[in-house]
Design a protein around this ligand. Sequence first.
Ligand code: NAD
Ligand code: DAU
Length: 333
Amino acid sequence: MVRKLLVTGGAGFIGSNFVHHVLSHTDDHVTVLDKLTYAGNLASLEGLPADRFRFVRGDIADADLVDGLFADVDAVVHYAAESHNDNSLNDPRPFLDTNIIGTYTLLEAARRHDRRLHHISTDEVYGDLELDDPARFTEHTPYNPSSPYSSTKAGSDLLVRAWVRSFGVRATISNCSNNYGPYQHVEKFIPRQITNVLQGIRPRLYGKGENVRDWIHADDHSSAVLTILDRGVVGETYLIGADGEKDNRTVVELILTLLGQEPDAYDHVTDRAGHDLRYAIDSTKLRRELGWTPQYQDFDAGLRATIDWYRDHESWWAPTKDGVEAFYASKGQ
Ligand code: NAD
Ligand code: DAU
């Protein structure tokens, strides 16, 4: 069946990847609702088939706008969020407005119109793990978020669960680990360090650089979300991960090496307040119950392709680079 999908936050890093993925792997029609904050970029949505794609600029917390859009679609995939931890430490308010009130607004519309909704969330809702802990996060790990960002994402997940149980909203949730790939904003770790090296700036490692993130390519995140939308069980949560644990120092050294620099040509800077030590995902449920498998098993190859993309697309990221670096410099980072 051909569906009409509403994708919130579809001009951001992962949302735009999903829009390209859906339009190239299905006959579905997609409407993107995006506020175009500093993180949204229409250039990430170029080249899509005009007869199956439309863009609406607006806020997910605008109940009237959301209501009209829900009336006209079969299902909603909800990516829109304030997404950056460092920004949430600087000014938490937009995180409450979008991640909490925005998600609430979508849930009320889903309830009124009885629409299927998939909520995109993060592994950060589970807090962090010790470096030497053999455990990984599962769907049963208790919530324990650390930052204003992750606590608002945790709050949004709990709203979704409550609307499923109390009002019968047909929703699923996925919690994914750290994404990398093209079109990621230069405020984030990997694009910041790649574009630093491309501009002759030394990469910046928070604290000792021992923190571990569980990297997954954005294409694999998109295929997992489409799988859950197609075959996921309403009311269930699925963890998405690709066994990609790496500490930050290793990632920076690899970026430097791939760009022909000495691997130790980076600086240690002020650590992030409350910095989560380690994330690690056990995605057994998604793989066993829905048959999903990631395609990107080779992090070095995925990182090399990502570096090539940033080298070839300076016009996409250059307009935002100086502002981002000025923000970090003001915090000693
Ligand atoms: P992003 O910051 O790149 O994009 C967010 C998008 O949402 C932007 O296009 C922005 O304009 C839009 N937006 C923000 N507020 C809005 C509002 N009020 N109304 C409408 N649109 C609004 O973020 P991302 O990295 O692509 O993350 C997307 C989603 O995936 C988020 O929910 C995030 O929590 C989740 N997630 C991200 C990662 C990751 O590694 N980046 C991992 C797991 C989960
Ligand atoms: O785990 C999923 C989460 O991954 C998502 O929910 C978030 O939206 C996404 O931003 C990401 O959060 P992180 O805080 O892990 O990502 P970030 O890219 O900000 O940082 C990754 C790691 O790199 C983290 O340990 C902090 C460190 N870091 C970051 C920057 C920007 C540095 O050492 N130097 C830097 O300059």
